[in-house]
Design a protein around this ligand. Structure first.
Ligand SMILES: NC(=O)c1ccc[n+]([C@@H]2O[C@H](COP(=O)([O-])OP(=O)(O)OC[C@H]3O[C@@H](n4cnc5c(N)ncnc54)[C@H](OP(=O)(O)O)[C@@H]3O)[C@@H](O)[C@H]2O)c1
Length: 266
């Protein structure tokens, strides 16, 4: 038996929208799709998208790129952005919902204001919902597509003091399952990638000793690199596993499978 693996991760001819690709993980995911031959829509705020666009243009002069700034907490901006994509012939075959409000606040569950809670939900849940809906309507019409929602262990176990974020990611995973059920019959595959520690620039500013403690908290003793995550997103979005739908693929260095860090033991 011969298994052809050569074309599995090619995205030539595909259009990909990565939300929150103006920096950090989203930008790395966008670059990986460019490497794989896709034309890529970069998204984020007015302040940051242009520099991400210039960065990728310089890195990949042949790449087909589009930059699009819109605020995920403003439904009318999302609708206008997708109308623009439709008019330009850039509707996404693949949507990666990566943008997020990280929900960092000092006040915890008891002290956070309802406005703050709503702000996090607007971006992480409602914004993602509307992008999913508009992309999936197009994908259903064209006979298929893929959506990858970037989730977090925070949605399964929680991060202390970040309840709005935790709740938003749990809900995002619920949305992944609900969408996968309704849409897989139309060839639209929806999956989520659940992350633990990700190495972003925030790791360069951790207080002394915190990096070592974080590493102790993970069986692999390492955060996931952005490149590893990007490769996994490409796999989920590719035709490699057509029946992989509604999954919550966990990429966390084993953080979620341990009850206690090894230095505590039993
Ligand atoms: N970093 C981690 O350790 C970690 C762990 C688990 C899961 N994750 C998940 O991985 C993803 C990326 O994380 P990250 O650390 O790379 O995030 P990040 O550095 O905070 O970047 C967030 C991105 O989302 C965009 N964004 C945020 N609010 C927006 C809004 N209202 N409208 C439009 N764009 C908005 C930002 O755009 P601008 O910068 O242009 O405003 C930026 O491009 C997120 O879904 C996060 O939950 C991260």
């Amino acid at each position: 038996m011969k298994i052809d693996t050569t074309a599995l991760l090619s995205f030539t001819g595909k259009t990909v929208l990565v939300t929150g690709s103006s920096r950090n993980l989203g930008l790395t995911i966008a670059a990986a799709f460019v490497e794989a031959g896709a034309r890529v829509i970069l998204h984020g705020s007015e302040a940051n998208v242009p520099s991400a666009y210039e960065h990728l243009q310089a890195e990949y002069p042949e790449a087909e790129l589009l930059q699009l700034a819109f605020d995920l907490s403003v439904p009318s901006e999302i609708d206008a952005a997708f109308a623009h994509l439709a008019a330009q012939g850039w509707m996404p075959d693949v949507l990666v919902n990566n943008a997020a409000h990280l929900g960092i606040n000092e006040d915890g569950f008891l002290g956070q204001s309802p406005e703050f809670f709503r702000e996090v939900m607007e971006v992480n849940l409602f914004g993602a919902f509307r992008c999913c809906q508009l992309a999936a309507q197009h994908q259903k019409k064209q006979g298929g597509g893929a959506i990858v929602n970037i989730s977090s262990l925070a949605g399964h176990q929680g991060i202390h003091g970040r309840s709005a974020y935790n709740i938003s990611k749990a809900a995002l995973d619920g949305m992944t399952r609900a969408m996968a059920q309704e849409l897989s019959g139309f060839g639209v595959r929806v999956n989520s990638l659940v992350l633990g520690y990700v190495w972003t620039e925030r790791w360069n500013h951790l207080a002394e000793g915190v990096e070592a403690r974080r590493r102790k908290n993970v069986p692999t003793a390492a955060p996931s690199s952005q490149e590893e995550i990007a490769r996994t997103v490409l796999f989920l979005a590719s035709a490699s596993a057509p029946t992989l739908v509604g999954a919550q693929l966990v990429l966390d260095g084993g953080m979620g499978i341990q009850q206690l860090p090894k230095d505590i033991g039993v």
